[in-house]
Write a protein that binds this ligand. Structure first.
Ligand SMILES: C[S@@+](CC[C@H](N)C(=O)[O-])C[C@H]1O[C@@H](n2cnc3c(N)ncnc32)[C@H](O)[C@@H]1O
Length: 273
């Protein structure tokens, strides 16, 4: 049987507009789903492709994130494998990488630590663009670590070292030029009102304790002593921006902060005075 894919395309776009997507977004997502379902398939096997497309659209209608359906997401021009259990790289994460690379300019063979690495969407692009750097990526979750290792291997990065560990218990790395961390920073209240799509993502990636501040003080206590005097620390934050800035200042750092390119989060940069 030859199936009318044009009809299926229009039906699928319509299905997504029914869950409040505007038509442009619905079309872009259905384009991505069609590309994904047709990739590497035998064009004659209409029935199989049809089934795959319908299955993807069904999942998307239930608000499963598109990146989990397609199995990948882009960050800083690189493709990251993702799936349930790992946080999806968010639009705006590129700004962290850009800031990190800017701060590494002029430093020879720098040592970088990416804490709470998730998929590796921050540390891996740094290692990719600075092959002379040694980048440690620390992630505690078993499921997230699976993707972290997979993404490191994908780009054959010998200078990226994934470590499966708790950032507060792992043996410290010394003489660090750059620490980058996007720790969980949602508070108890935020956790109750996570958008539907984010409920598919691991709680552990968001849960920053009662007021979302659990990680910052502990990160600084353990990791700041390992930062070189001319080193840089880059932290992600949202509602806690002022508290994080104060904390850095108390620890003798001068700070700078700006919104990422998608205004999803605040990027906080600290350097010793
Ligand atoms: C907000 S996500 C950030 C992931 C990634 N850096 C990104 O921007 O997409 C936080 C990550 O920290 C990890 N995590 C939470 N507690 C941790 C801990 N104590 N030690 C190491 N990783 C931890 C979570 O599993 C999650 O992958």
């Amino acid at each position: 049987m030859i199936y009318d894919f044009k009809l299926l395309y229009n039906e699928s776009v319509f299905e997504l507009t029914r869950i409040n997507f505007d038509e442009t977004k619905a079309k872009a997502e259905i384009d991505a789903i069609f590309n994904f379902c047709f990739k590497g398939t035998n064009w004659n096997n209409d029935r199989k492709i049809l089934k795959r497309i319908r299955c993807c659209v069904r999942q998307r209608k239930k608000q499963k994130p598109l990146a989990y359906i397609l199995g990948s997401e882009m960050c800083y021009g690189l493709e990251f494998s993702v799936g349930p259990g790992v946080l999806i790289p968010k639009p705006g994460t590129d700004s962290y990488v850009e800031e990190a690379l800017k701060n590494l300019e002029g430093k020879k063979s720098p040592v970088v630590v990416d804490l709470c690495s998730g998929s590796g969407c921050m540390g891996i692009p740094i290692a990719y663009h600075r092959q002379d750097a040694l980048v440690y990526l620390v992630e505690k979750s078993r499921k997230a670590f699976f993707y972290l290792e997979k993404n490191t291997q994908k780009y054959s990065l010998k200078n990226a070292k994934p470590i499966k560990a708790d950032i507060f218990k792992v043996e410290s790395v010394h003489n660090i030029d750059l620490i980058i961390a996007n720790p969980p920073y949602a508070g108890e209240e935020d956790m109750k009102f996570l958008p539907e799509e984010m409920r598919y993502e691991p709680r552990m990636a968001f849960d920053g304790g009662k007021d979302g501040f659990d990680f910052y003080e502990k990160i600084l206590k353990k990791w700041l002593p390992e930062l070189k005097k001319d080193g840089t620390i880059i932290l992600g934050a949202a509602r806690n921006t002022d508290r994080v800035l104060d904390l850095l200042k108390i620890n003798g750092l001068k700070t700078n902060n700006f919104l990422d390119s998608y205004e999803n989060s605040m990027i906080i940069v600290g350097k010793f005075e």
